[in-house]
Design a protein around this ligand. Structure first.
Ligand SMILES: NC(=O)c1ccc[n+]([C@@H]2O[C@H](COP(=O)([O-])OP(=O)(O)OC[C@H]3O[C@@H](n4cnc5c(N)ncnc54)[C@H](OP(=O)(O)O)[C@@H]3O)[C@@H](O)[C@H]2O)c1
Length: 346
């Protein structure tokens, strides 16, 4: 901790969208102090020059990551918002007393073969992998509190797991689960690509990565930790013509008949201590979670048929917000500190 008793933070990959959100939250966090923020192509520029929403809010500049990482001694926690494969190289080189929260998929998957299958990368830090805790805060709160290393969940995985965890834990799930999920374009990061370019995305809608999305293995892996999950999962991702937000529609069957009230009570009980999960009527709406750390969930049943809707902001609860929620627990401060943000209406 610094002389002012603040958590000293480094952000690797601060110039992208995930990094931008980490800065938006951490620059105003009462217990944190950002000491280092790295970039690649944007190294040397002022933070407010790249993230214009932060103009005038900080004197920080983007730096190249230090080549000799052991010289990084005055840091309590390092956030990684780098493309997949980068944290895998850097984290093993850090001093072991530095806590790590990785927003990429590098340390989410326990099985190196499965990791290779979905990420097309060889896992080069399997020993370190065993020390990582999966940071879905609401289902792993106690493990997060004592963790040194956090693998922050993927954005689709967060929306899906929060929607499915209560029913999996209840033991009432039977048969196949179908998840039909949609994301806004910021899910693909700050660098434009042909499929994320505005003229292609606006007024458009399409599906991608059937059966191959890299969040499938972390969803299955974590559902097996939450309860006895043996169902087949059909997980389908789509691109929405909006910049932010994830909406997941989850279809499943229960082994007993449930009323809407039964199901709602089950979810309300599961999330009774979860400030950031809000049970809503009808349908959630990405409008009301945008720029916030909330996950809004609605449940409906017809006999044994169930549909669960969930909505999050992919960059907040799906990335930087949940990462800070985890940091708060790791350092023994209030879970919602710096995160009680509401969106705008409209
Ligand atoms: N976007 C989301 O909704 C979301 C949600 C959950 C998790 N994530 C994960 O979070 C991570 C970051 O995502 P993002 O959307 O923020 O990506 P992004 O906008 O593309 O940002 C990537 C960051 O990494 C830096 N970078 C790129 N190549 C590099 C290299 N070779 N060496 C060092 N730094 C490099 C970039 O620096 P320059 O810009 O200066 O080149 C930038 O700061 C990814 O692993 C992603 O899967 C993203």
């Amino acid at each position: 901790m610094s002389e002012t008793n603040k958590i000293r933070v480094a952000i690797f990959g601060g110039s992208g969208y995930g990094g931008s959100e980490l800065l938006r939250i951490l620059l105003f966090h009462p217990n944190a102090e950002v000491r280092l923020v790295t970039a690649n192509e944007h190294a040397g520029k002022a933070v407010g020059e790249v993230h214009k929403n932060l103009f005038g809010m900080t004197d920080l500049r983007f730096e190249k990551a230090p080549e000799e990482l052991l010289t990084l001694t005055n840091i309590d926690v390092a956030f990684f918002a780098l493309p997949h494969g980068q944290a895998l190289d850097v984290v093993p080189q850090l001093l072991p007393n530095i806590k790590v929260i990785d927003l990429s998929g590098d340390f989410r998957i326990d099985d190196a073969d499965v990791f290779k299958q979905f990420y097309k990368l060889e896992h080069t830090a399997t020993d370190l992998q065993t020390k990582f805790v999966y940071g879905l805060t609401e289902t792993n709160r106690e493990a997060v509190k004592s963790a040194q290393y956090i693998a922050n969940p993927g954005c689709f995985a967060t929306a899906t797991l929060l929607a499915l965890a209560p029913i999996v834990k209840s033991g009432m799930l039977t048969g196949k689960v179908i998840v039909d999920a949609k994301t806004g374009s910021s899910g693909s990061g700050a660098k434009p690509a042909s499929n994320t370019h505005h003229p292609q995305r606006m007024n458009s809608f399409y599906a991608y990565k059937p059966f191959t999305h890299q969040h499938v293995p972390e969803i299955e892996q974590h559902l097996k930790e939450v309860g006895s999950f043996q169902s087949d999962l059909v997980f389908m991702t789509h691109s929405l013509p909006v910049a932010r937000g994830i909406f997941a529609s989850c279809y499943l069957e229960t082994n007993v008949q449930l009323s809407n009230e039964d199901l709602r009570n089950l979810y309300a009980h599961f999330y009774k201590d979860a400030f950031f999960v809000r049970m809503v009527e009808g349908s959630p709406d990405i409008n009301w979670v945008k720029t916030t750390n909330f996950c809004d969930i609605a449940v409906h049943t017809s006999g044994k048929q169930v549909v669960v809707f969930s909505a999050i902001d992919n960059l907040v609860k799906g990335a930087a917000g949940q990462a800070v929620q985890n940091m708060n627990l790791m350092f023994g401060i209030g879970e919602t500190t710096g995160l009680r943000m509401v969106g705008t209406n409209p």
